[in-house]
Write a protein that binds this ligand. Structure first.
Ligand code: CTP
Ligand code: CA
Length: 223
């Protein structure tokens, strides 16, 4: 497996990447979030820039430094990430969804801090929009790549998501029990309609480069 970026593999292409978690407010000082360091998405963004792409990174709250040559747009909630992504998706050649988006948000977040002495709140949750699904519905839209973090039956669940969301590719990894989140070595099972390939285990930075190489190959093979 090529672990190095092919120089120029994405020259002239605009690549939009979502990365990191989202935060869904409960009140003025609390939120619901996902376990995500943003490291995988930022590694993919760095690799895409190295491959010659113009990269726009829509980032949830993370401690990651912005990779050189990457335009970063910071967002907090899934709703904001959806708006930031959808407003730019039709003008992009590829959209890669690496973000761990909260599936639900609190229906009526309190604008002040909820006090301990108050009646214990029960949170009503409502579904967030599915960002990559909406991107994949754009007619003559960009090449779409999703991620699937799974705890079990990784390949089956990932293939279901590929088909169900109408994506061009999906990169699946196993999470839980010290795997996937907040660890540096990872393995990706990359699936597309007519094939699949395993990359790793390797550090997320190398994984990002190998994934971008594979995405570049599939992108050029289908367009
Ligand atoms: N995703 C997204 N918008 C959402 C939820 C997920 O764009 N509101 C994207 C993720 O960035 C990822 C892919 O969809 O690329 C799969 O995310 P995942 O959480 O694994 O799947 P879900 O469809 O949310 O299903 P579930 O959480 O039930 O497994
Ligand atoms: Ca989800």
């Amino acid at each position: 497996v090529a672990a190095l970026t092919v120089p120029g593999a994405l020259t002239g292409q605009t690549v939009l990447i979502t990365a990191g978690p989202t935060r869904e407010p409960i009140d003025a000082v609390r939120f619901i979030a996902n376990r995500s360091s943003g490291r995988m998405g930022f590694a993919v963004a760095a690799a895409a820039a190295d491959a010659g792409a113009q990269v726009i990174l829509i980032a949830g709250p993370t401690a990651q430094p912005t990779p050189p040559g990457v335009t970063r747009i910071d967002v907090e909630t899934a709703t904001d990430m959806h708006a930031a992504t959808l407003s730019r998706a039709a003008d992009s050649d590829l959209v890669i969804a690496a973000a761990a988006v909260a599936d639900y948000r609190v229906a009526r977040p309190a604008d002040r801090k909820v006090r301990k002495a108050d009646t214990p709140p029960s949170l009503e949750l409502i579904p967030n929009p599915d960002i990559i699904r909406d991107v994949a519905e754009i007619v003559d839209g960009p090449f779409t790549v999703g991620f699937a973090a799974e705890t079990h039956e990784v390949t089956d669940h990932a293939r279901d998501k590929l088909t169900d969301k109408g994506l061009d590719m999906i990169a699946a990894n196993q999470v839980g029990e010290g795997r996937g989140f907040e660890v540096s070595e990872n393995t990706l099972e990359v699936l597309w309609r007519t094939g699949q390939q395993t990359i790793g285990p390797m550090p997320k930075e190398r994984l990002g480069r190998a994934l971008i190489t594979l995405i570049g190959e599939r992108f050029h093979a289908t367009r």
